[in-house]
Structures are given as structure tokens and as C-alpha cells.
Write a protein that binds this ligand. Structure first.
Ligand SMILES: Cc1ncc(COP(=O)(O)O)c(C=O)c1O
Length: 392
């Protein structure tokens, strides 16, 4: 048969991470490549109890079709938590429950991006967003990140030269770089978005996982027209597949229509179990427990990097989240390093995969949330050997 694949698929990058996962499946490989939360943090017992209660008390309703917008009490919970923790006013009616925040990216892309629209991405940026938006065949532009967030001089320069439709960013404990936007950058960005009339997607799946430093405001609190995404994947469990999107009214109406076409609604049973778990348990304590584990893992990884990798390798020091970023000396290519490292049974993601317009050949992402302290030390030691081999 003739090739029946739609043209739009041509521009969609494959997830290198999923490809890597095939190589890293062996028990001998220490993998810093995936983006997995630590399964020891999943509240299995609490969710089992919540599941039992939901089915016993509300079984038929939980198993019936539900509303596209999502289970109302769960949306009320998210709304109340925004107010309680951040002083951010987002009503339940402004929240659409999605099948993970990944679906929110897919829906937002469909609703906002026309073919050839200019979409500005962070360099490096979240690969899943590059993939989701690629389906709409935009023209990607990239603005580089600095230690305190997006390079605002470069941002303003790009926006004054090009008609940028949409900017996508991860201001807290960024995936893949681990950096956090400073308060100053947040304010400046909000002002620039407003001045240049650029739509903004603020993706915040890691915001509650802060180890050190002070809590900062959402950019949404400075830029009311912005779209804000959240997720329970990193604070409860990714297998629940529950995230959300908040957006101004006219956009929300279209997101709901797009979601109807995608999956009618997010799993009703999952939503009710999650809501029951959240209301019957001490979620703040649960999150503090996760933070304790991840902070320790981050500290051990940074110590090992400083002790075991050459001084010419620079690292970020994330204040939260699950990832950190290495920059190798310019002459080293991290894709070539990957091929050497995998022979030493250690894996990471070469940085170039996170740049929508290319670049970052000497950078790489390391995940610290899903390896034990022993494995982290051993893995960084192996990585050090691979880098030294390449430097020779
Ligand atoms: C920045 C970012 N956004 C969105 C997602 C998607 O998460 P989920 O669909 O599980 O909510 C991830 C997952 O790693 C992520 O890192």
C-alpha cells in the first residue's frame, strides 16, 4: 500500500528517552536517563484504601462516564490548594482535569497552534512539549536558559523581531536543566509577554518538590492571561495519569471541546480515588517525605560529581525536582560519550535532544530521583571513567 502516514508526523521527534529505556533495561545498567519518580514514594496503601472506599460507597458513579471537565470535588481541591499554598485565585471552573499534564500540552497545542505559527521553546526544553507541539507543524524558535531562567534580553529581541504566538516554559526545577526562574525573571517575563501579546504555557509539575530556597510566585500571578499546567504524577503517582490545565475562559471552552474529541474525559475511577486519597491523608507530610528522599539523592549526586568528574564539567544545583544538567568541555560530544558510557553500564540523556532547533552537543541530563544513593555514587564514578577516556 502507498505510504498512508500524514505529513505532520515527519516533523515529530521520536522520544530518545523511550529508545534509551530499551538499552537501559538490563539490571547491570545504572540509568540516570529516565524521568521516573522513585516508586518507593508511591502511597500504595493509601491509594488501596481510597480505592476500596470509593468502590464501596460510590461504585456505580465511579464506573460511569463522567463530565469532560473532570470530577468537580477534585477541581475544588486543586483550586483550594492554589489559594492556600500560593495565594493564587483559580476557580474550579477554570480547571480542566487532563490525562496527565502531557495531555494538557497536546490539547493546548491543538487549540492554539496553526501550521507555521512561531512557537518559542526554552533551550534546553521539555522533550514531551516539543513532541506534542510538533504534531501541529509549528515553526520552533529557541530562547536559551541562564542560571536564573530564560535569557530575558534574548527573549525581548526575538519577540520584537518575530511574531511569536506562544512561549512554553517550566519555571520551577526545570526539566531537563534543573534551574529555577528567579522572581525578577518571572516579573520581567510577565511584562514582556503582555507587551508583545504572546500566549504563555507555564508547566509546573515539580513546583511542590522544593528542597531549599524560598517559594516563588507562579508567573500566572503576574500574567493573568497565561495558561498554567499542574500534575499529580510527581507528588502522588504518574500511573494515575491525572494532571490539569487552567486557562482563560475563551481558551478553556476550546480545550473542553478538544478533550471531548480526544478521550471524552479522564478516567473517572482514578479521579475519585485520587480525590479520596488527597482528602483522607496528610498530603503535605507525604510531599515532605518525598522531598527528604530526593534532596538526599541530589546531595549525593552533586557530591559525587564534584569529587569524581573532571573540574571542567559544570553542573547545575537544582533547588528541587528530579533532574540536573551537566555541561562538558566544548570539544566533547555527549552523544559520543553516551556510546562509551553505556559500555560502562551507565546511561544519561544527551542534551541535544532537548533543543528544538539543535545545539547543546556538549550537555546532558541526569535524573537523580530514581537511583539509590549507592547506585548514584557508582554511576557517577563510571561516568567519570567514560569522560576521562574521551578526554584522552
Ligand atoms: C515538564 C514536564 N511537563 C509535563 C510532564 C508530563 O507529566 P504527566 O503527564 O505525567 O503529568 C512531564 C513529565 O515528566 C514534565 O517533566
Amino acid at each position: 500500500m502507498k505510504n498512508t502516514i500524514a505529513k505532520r508526523m515527519k516533523g515529530v521527534p521520536q522520544s530518545f528517552i523511550r529508545e534509551i529505556l530499551k538499552v537501559t533495561d538490563s539490571e547491570h545498567v545504572i540509568s540516570f536517563a529516565g524521568g521516573l519518580p522513585n516508586p518507593s514514594t508511591f502511597p500504595v496503601k493509601g491509594l488501596a484504601k481510597a480505592c476500596e472506599d470509593v468502590l464501596a460507597e460510590d461504585g456505580p458513579k465511579a464506573l460511569q462516564y463522567g463530565s469532560t471537565e473532570g470530577y468537580f470535588p477534585l477541581r475544588q481541591y486543586i483550586s483550594a490548594r492554589y489559594m492556600e499554598k500560593h495565594g493564587l485565585k483559580v476557580g474550579p471552573d477554570e480547571i480542566l482535569i487532563t490525562t496527565g499534564s502531557q495531555q494538557a500540552l497536546d490539547l493546548a497545542g491543538k487549540v492554539l497552534i496553526n501550521q507555521k505559527d512561531k512557537v518559542l521553546m526554552e533551550g534546553p526544553g521539555y522533550l514531551g512539549a516539543i513532541q506534542a507541539f510538533s504534531m501541529c507543524s509549528p515553526v520552533f524558535k529557541t530562547v536559551m536558559l541562564k542560571d536564573d531562567g530564560v535569557d530575558m534580553d534574548a527573549f525581548k529581541k526575538i519577540c520584537s523581531k518575530e511574531k511569536i504566538k506562544l512561549f512554553y516554559g517550566v519555571p520551577n526545577f526545570h526539566n531537563p536543566s534543573g534551574i529555577t526562574y528567579s522572581e525578577q525573571v518571572r516579573k520581567e517575563l510577565a511584562a514582556a509577554l503582555s507587551k508583545f501579546g504572546v500566549q504563555f504555557i507555564e508547566d509546573d509539575p515539580y513546583g511542590e518538590l522544593r528542597f531549599t530556597g524560598e517559594k516563588l510566585s507562579h508567573i500566572k500571578s503576574y500574567y493573568k492571561d497565561g495558561i498554567l499546567l499542574g500534575s499529580f504524577s510527581k507528588v502522588v503517582a504518574p500511573g494515575m495519569r491525572i494532571g490539569w490545565i487552567t486557562a482563560p475562559k475563551n481558551i478553556m471552552k476550546n480545550l473542553v471541546t478538544a478533550k471531548q474529541g480526544a478521550d471524552l474525559h479522564t478516567n473517572s475511577l482514578s479521579q475519585r480515588i485520587l480525590h479520596r486519597y488527597l482528602t483522607d491523608n496528610d498530603v503535605d507530610k507525604h510531599i515532605q517525605d518525598i522531598i527528604k528522599i530526593y534532596k538526599n539523592q541530589r546531595d549525593i549526586m552533586i557530591k559525587a560529581i564534584e569529587e569524581l568528574l573532571p573540574d571542567s564539567v559544570k553542573h547545575t544545583s537544582p533547588e528541587g525536582g528530579m533532574f540536573l544538567w551537566l555541561t562538558l568541555p566544548k570539544q566533547l560530544d555527549s552523544t559520543k560519550l553516551f556510546n562509551i558510557a553505556i559500555k560502562q553500564n551507565v546511561a544519561f540523556v544527551p542534551g541535544t535532544h532537548f533543543y528544538a532547533n539543535g545545539g547543546g552537543h556538549n550537555t546532558m541530563r541526569l535524573n537523580f530521583s530514581n537511583s539509590s544513593p549507592e547506585k548514584i555514587k557508582e554511576g557517577i564514578e563510571r561516568l567519570g571513567l567514560a569522560i576521562k577516556k574521551m578526554l584522552k
